[in-house]
Ligand binder design. Structure first.
Ligand SMILES: O=C(O)CCC(=O)C(=O)O
Ligand SMILES: [Fe+2]
Length: 489
């Protein structure tokens, strides 16, 4: 769409008053837009996505404001542009705004805290070996501001230092962003972190140069140094619990001695002549990957059905909170006859567990289709703790769950591949299930006693490049309470 706007620029510009200003704007937009129009995966990269949203929020409205000026006579191209704009506006329900810029900045910062990508590289346009658009100093500054707003002081400092290192080499020129401006922000960061002595050290080179504001800031930091409680460093933006989970998102942490005991097998199923290709990725408790259990056509069907029904989910950003979904949209798909019912039935045939839904007794919950965008993740949680929280799972509140009991097992279909990130991880048992299109992860949530198996704590790691689709089936206890036999092989 952006490209359509750009290629019409000469025609449009012919007829509007502020021709030079307008052409300059479009020329400025063209290189980046051309890039995005030629690469279908452009917006799947978090840095490109940040650029794209920024263009929609800060640049395109200026273009439209000029085209739609009252004094202009509109030629055909301009009218066409206007129609396209109106259509897009209608289709996307809301034109991106500051909130979206903020959310995409948060996603990028969050990815840094998980995957430790190189910030200088990111400013230069490289992320995990992939090319992307370089960040301008003002974009880097925006990220730093969002980091400060979210109290991610350690990250904010790292971005400042990287920007200082790259400043002389960035291709974007912005006079207002110079070394001194960044040092002032660094001083604020140290001030917030309780390190005012450090703030004064940073500003000392810039005092007495006739900058009143800086002299005032320097004096403020100096007069407010807390001699007894001056902090020595900015703590890392993490906690121990999170750290383990984040490490697992970065790489496999299973000891070799355990890996060597894992294996694959062909599991007999209730489907005649069919044996499922199963990989066992953890022994205690058993966690399985079933390969090739959902076709590309089926997966595409589910993704499309979900897209039709999505309502945008809220974006939470509360590091350390457990059980929140971030940048994630989900939809429940009832067992309609046809493709949905077949996928449900298949889970039963492959696992031997009852998955049928009936008005009298529920054996499994309907499918929940989930889409995670860039930075989308699911904090560590158990799928099965509701039994102990009657308010959440009581059968009056959720009549469709009658007779179900707790969730004995989880079946998770992966509906696409994710370029980087998005693994499902089990921090208690150092297990990492990669996202593989057509595969499904499967595990039991309950111990034979009916209690939650604490080793099944699991999480969805943030998506770095791409978007992740999965489809989850929670399988209920009641019909299967005598069936929980563990290994089948
Ligand atoms: O997306 C994932 O990898 C995990 C999803 C999950 O745990 C859930 O939906 O309950
Ligand atoms: Fe889960």
């Amino acid at each position: 769409m952006e490209f359509t706007f750009i290629i019409m620029r000469e025609d449009i510009a012919d007829d509007i008053l502020y021709k030079h200003f307008f052409l300059r704007l479009l020329n400025d937009l063209e290189p980046t837009v051309t890039h995005s129009s030629q690469d279908p995966g452009y917006a799947e990269n978090p840095i490109n996505a940040f650029h794209l949203i920024g263009r929609f929020v800060y640049k395109w409205p200026v273009v439209f404001a000029n085209i739609l000026c009252e004094d202009c006579t509109l030629n055909e191209a301009a009218l066409h542009l206007n129609t396209t704009y109106q259509t897009v506006n209608r289709n996307i329900q809301h034109w991106p705004d500051e909130y979206d810029v903020h959310a995409s900045a948060q996603a990028l910062l969050r990815l840094r805290t998980f995957y430790f990508f190189d910030i200088e590289g990111a400013i230069d346009g490289f992320l995990f070996g992939e090319h992307c658009q370089p960040l301008s100093p003002s974009q880097a500054l925006k990220l730093i501001r969002v980091a400060i707003d979210n109290n991610m002081l350690h990250e904010a400092r790292l971005w400042c230092e990287a920007l200082l290192a790259r400043l002389p080499f960035t291709s974007f020129q912005d006079e207002s962003i110079n070394k001194m401006a960044i040092f002032r922000i660094l001083a604020t960061i140290y001030d917030k972190a309780g390190m005012r002595r450090r703030s004064t050290e940073i500003l000392s080179d810039f005092t007495q140069l006739g900058h009143n504001e800086i002299d005032k800031e320097y004096e403020f930091y100096k007069n407010n140094i807390n001699e007894t409680d001056e902090k020595l460093d900015i703590p890392l933006y993490t906690n121990e619990y999170d750290d383990h989970y984040k490490q697992l998102c970065r790489n496999n942490r299973k000891p070799l001695s355990e890996i060597s005991r894992l294996y694959c097998f062909l599991k007999p199923t209730s489907i005649p002549y069919y044996k499922a290709k199963v990989e066992i990725v953890n022994l205690k408790p058993e966690i399985y990957i079933f390969h090739d259990v959902i076709s590309k056509t089926e997966a595409a069907y589910f993704r499309n059905e979900a897209k039709k029904r999505f309502v945008r989910s809220s974006v939470e950003f509360n590091e350390g909170d457990v059980g929140f979904n971030i940048d994630k949209s989900d939809v429940i798909l009832q067992d309609e006859p046809g493709i949905v019912k077949r996928a449900t039935h298949r889970v039963g045939l492959l696992t031997g567990l009852a998955t049928k839904w009936s008005p009298v007794m529920l054996n499994a919950e309907p499918f929940q289709i989930v889409n995670y965008g860039i930075g989308g993740m699911y904090h560590p949680h158990y799928d099965s703790n509701e039994k102990r929280v009657p308010d959440v799972f009581n059968e009056t509140k959720y009549p469709e769950l009658r007779g179900a009991g707790d969730r004995i097992a989880t079946w998770l279909y992966y509906l696409n591949d994710v370029k980087i990130g998005g693994a499902t991880v089990f921090p208690e048992v150092n297990t990492r299930v990669p996202v593989i299109q057509g595969a499904a992860a499967f595990w039991y949530n309950l111990l034979p006693t009916g209690e939650t198996d604490k080793r099944t704590l699991h999480a969805g790691c943030p998506v770095v490049i791409g978007s992740k689709w999965n489809k989850k089936k929670n399988i209920a206890t009641k019909p299967d309470q005598y069936l929980h036999v563990g290994a089948w092989h």
